[in-house]
Design a protein around this ligand. Structure first.
Ligand SMILES: [Zn+2]
Length: 82
């Protein structure tokens, strides 16, 4: 995964994970959450079932997530956020 992406993320990963598990849609656009097991990435606030924490990686931008090989979630359409 992209390890250097962590340097540009707005919060540490534990905080980002809290936003994801709280489905905090107000954070949409500030980071993206990619799921290793499904190959998709989401924005915070996504209504899909929460993935397991250990399968998740965080990305600062949708482009970064896609370059890491993830596809945009069809439910929250993270790639549409600019
Ligand atoms: Zn999603």
């Amino acid at each position: 995964m992209t390890t250097d992406a962590a340097a540009v993320l707005p919060f540490d990963e534990e905080t980002l994970w809290e936003f994801m598990s709280a489905r905090d849609a107000s954070r949409a656009g500030s980071f993206f959450c990619a799921v290793r097991t499904t190959g998709i990435y989401c924005r915070p606030g996504c209504p899909a079932r929460l993935p397991l924490r250990r399968n998740v990686s965080f990305h600062a931008t949708a482009q970064d997530a896609e370059q890491a090989g993830f596809r945009a979630c069809k439910r929250c359409r993270p790639g549409a956020i600019r």
